[in-house]
Design a protein around this ligand. Structure first.
Ligand SMILES: Nc1ncnc2c1ncn2[C@@H]1O[C@H](COP(=O)(O)OP(=O)(O)OP(=O)(O)O)[C@@H](O)[C@H]1O
Length: 246
């Protein structure tokens, strides 16, 4: 059996008396990709933030390589690269300067900066100021930032937001390459075609609840596309296996 990289057991989050994430459970193995899909306000970002250790669950357990955040926060965080859905960049810094800053924070060699810039196709723009970049280019800077510490778990919140079709395809290729290297990846998206192409597993969320989860292959076999599967999940009587273990 594949080694479990991420284990999420009965995780819930309540904010201001509102159940934002309710009783989510899944397991993701080493070198596997999970897409977290759902409409606006479904709880995807909150789930990713809990996995990243930015927000604490109200209840439930999260372990990455068997380690819980509460046991050793620094060692837990070192395993993870997190790409937020938005980031307020410091004015006046170039892409290289931003990444050098993140490399220093992560205590990784500066040589890694050029490696990740080239990986996201920004080597020629490395010395340009990030606040002059387009949305898609800024997304690629954030992707590079998430990769800088060579994480074993990559968490990405709507990573293809703002990417043009070329870079969306490049992103899918990058994810597959990272999976080959043994990295486990969880990303949220509204783009079910990207989830279908890149992910091995999918979890559909609605109002913080897992309304359907399983392998992309099994959903495609049953519904022909993730779009149909998602609609089926929301349709309640769809009969999707409701087991929350992926
Ligand atoms: N800090 C907060 N204070 C109050 N409510 C919050 C907070 N963070 C999240 N929420 C609420 O939790 C719910 C889930 O939000 P979340 O951002 O996790 O959803 P999402 O699936 O990522 O949505 P989107 O696709 O729009 O980004 C929303 O109703 C949101 O308003």
């Amino acid at each position: 059996m594949d080694k479990v990289r991420v284990s999420v057991t009965g995780v819930s989050k309540t904010i201001k008396n509102q159940a934002v994430v309710s009783d989510i459970s899944f397991a993701l193995s080493e070198g596997s990709i999970l897409a977290c899909c759902g409409g606006n306000g479904a709880g995807k970002s909150t789930l990713l933030r809990m996995l990243a250790g930015i927000t604490r669950p109200s209840s439930g357990e999260i372990a990455v390589n068997g380690m819980r955040w509460s046991e050793n926060r620094i060692a837990y965080a070192r395993q993870i690269g997190y790409m937020p859905d938005d980031y307020l960049f410091h004015h006046g810094l170039t892409a290289r300067e931003m990444l050098s800053f993140w490399a220093a924070l992560r205590k990784v060699p500066k040589s890694r900066v050029s490696e990740v810039l080239s990986r996201v196709g920004l080597e020629e723009q490395a010395n340009k100021k990030v606040d002059t970049f387009s949305k898609g280019m800024r997304q690629r800077v954030l992707f590079a930032q998430a990769l800088i510490g060579q994480p074993v778990l990559l968490l990405m919140d709507e990573p293809t937001n703002g990417l043009d079709p070329f870079w969306t395809q490049e992103f899918v290729k990058q994810l597959k390459q990272l999976r080959e290297e043994g990295c486990s990846i969880i990303f949220s998206t509204h783009q079910l075609d990207v989830a279908e192409e890149a992910a091995d597993q999918v979890i559909f969320m609605n109002n913080g609840i897992n309304v359907g989860s399983g392998s992309v292959e099994s959903f495609k076999h049953r519904y022909h596309s993730l779009y149909a599967a998602f609609h089926g999940s929301l349709g309640i009587e769809s009969g999707i296996p409701t087991s929350s273990m992926i």
